[in-house]
Design a protein around this ligand. Structure first.
Ligand code: ADP
Length: 441
């Protein structure tokens, strides 16, 4: 890139310098030709005046005149020449300028002189006596002028070329250095060119994306590891209990009554294991595939069905139920939605106080969205725990959860399910006063 910029700047300056110096030379040279003809014409007028006054003797007085003066008679014979012996010169009648002067009184030409073997400008005038006065001056080549008159321009040109090289090197370095010095770890910190800002913003975003992707992968890996160790831990406990009681029964040392009790405990633990495995399978299913088969679901009817299915549980726990349900239809997967709401209502019963109350409200909220709230008057959840209850296996009171047959996976499944159906869930709770779970569809 540096080389490219250098070449661009250098070629630009060099082209300008070459165009400029060549133009000056051409203009100078073209003007020189015009000037030279005018000079010869002016000199001719003065010499003609001199001849008119002093006759041909006037010509001999012009020995020091630096241009060539030739006098030719109307036969073409050379009468006088201040540079060459006239008697040695051939007949000049057919010289271009002489021919022109004979017919038009004035002639001019620019040609090679066979007498002096150089290129000359010629002007010729027909005098009153019929003779032709011809003045000529040597045409110098353009190189002659470059060496004699235009050399300062060419020295300036060479100096300019050297300056251009130095300047082009300096400028290309100055342009490229900030680009070379961009800190790609923090691209926005050293942007000197607004033109590349969009590119730097993109690099910065990609950078952040990579970092956040890395964090996400690490987090996912950590969650998976925690999950695996939690699962094995959760399975190990009931298995220990089951094998312990089975061993006692197997040894035949337990009384009949104890055997019945142990068998009941074994059944409880295996039921817990079954629901744990069912929950684990549900979680992995939710993680691996999107919920499909959306249909029109009447939320009011769904809730009525859930509370009906839980009516025994309400009755056993002495929980009163208050329903304020609007008739609202949404698009959802009915089975998944049933499980999620069932879980929340079930928790509201499980974590309620004796003779507590549950209020279920279904409305269209101020943002015009269906909103379901399930409020209980139970044990409540502390602020710190509110942030964690949606995590897998998180239980505020492990023994109470276990006693209720909980796995600690319920709310995690609920959150996953609702998010999968474009709904959100949040909790508001006060310890010992109760909790409200709010779902917005
Ligand atoms: P669990 O199977 O233990 O009920 P969940 O995931 O359903 O697991 O709930 C996680 C934890 O959140 C519960 O163990 C409990 O401590 C707390 N929790 C859930 N619902 C309520 C509620 N309505 N009132 C008080 N605590 C609750």
């Amino acid at each position: 890139m540096k080389k490219k910029i250098f070449i661009s700047i250098f070629s630009l300056v060099i082209s300008l310098i070459v165009i400029l110096s060549t133009s000056v030379t051409i203009i100078f040279y073209v003007n020189y030709e015009k000037r030279e003809i005018i000079n010869l014409q002016n000199d001719s007028s003065l010499i003609i005046e001199g001849i008119n006054e002093d006759g041909l003797n006037y010509l001999t007085s012009l020995e020091d005149y630096n241009n060539r003066i030739t006098l030719i008679n109307d036969d073409g014979n050379v009468i006088f020449d201040n540079m060459i012996d006239a008697s040695t010169l051939e007949n000049h009648l057919y010289r271009e300028e002489v021919q022109e002067a004979l017919t038009n009184n004035y002639g001019e030409s620019k040609r090679y002189s066979s007498s002096l073997l150089k290129r000359y400008f010629y002007v010729a005038y027909k005098l009153n006596d019929g003779n032709i006065l011809r003045l000529s001056s040597e045409i110098f080549s353009v190189f002659y002028f470059i060496l004699h008159d235009l050399w300062p321009i060419y020295i300036i040109t060479i100096v300019s070329i050297i300056t251009a090289i130095i300047l082009a090197r300096f400028l290309s370095k100055r342009i490229v250095d900030p680009l070379n010095n961009i800190d790609l770890d923090d691209p926005l910190s050293n942007n000197q060119y607004p033109e590349i800002e969009p590119m730097l913003i993109r690099i910065n975003n990609q950078h952040r994306q990579i970092l956040s992707d890395k964090e996400k992968v690490e987090k996912a890996y950590k969650i998976r590891q925690e999950f695996t160790s939690n699962v094995s831990h959760e399975l190990k406990t009931p298995l220990h209990i089951i094998s312990g009681y089975a061993e006692i029964i197997g040894n035949g040392i337990a009384s009949e009554e104890d055997t019945k009790l142990f068998a009941k405990k074994i059944l409880n633990e295996s039921n817990r294991m079954t629901s744990l495995v069912a929950d684990i399978m549900k979680i992995s299913e939710l993680e691996n595939q999107q919920i499909k088969n959306f249909e029109d679901v009447n939320l009011k009817n769904l809730i009525l069905q859930i509370v009906d299915d839980l009516s025994l549980s309400f009755k056993n726990n002495g929980i009163k139920l208050e329903l304020k349900l609007n008739d609202i239809d949404i698009k959802a997967n009915k089975d998944h939605l049933y499980s999620a709401i069932y879980n929340i209502v079930d928790n509201a019963i499980k974590y309620n106080k004796p003779n507590g109350k549950i209020i279920i409200n279904l409305i269209i909220n101020k943002d015009n969205r269906p909103q379901l709230s399930i409020k209980d008057t139970g044990i409540g959840i502390s602020k710190e725990d509110q942030e964690r209850i949606f995590e897998r296996f998180y239980r505020v009171d492990k023994s109470r959860s276990k006693a209720n047959g909980g796995t600690g996976l319920g709310l995690s499944i609920v959150k996953h399910t609702l998010n999968n159906m474009n709904a959100t869930i949040q909790v508001k709770s006060q310890l010992n006063k109760g909790s409200t779970f709010i779902i917005i569809f």
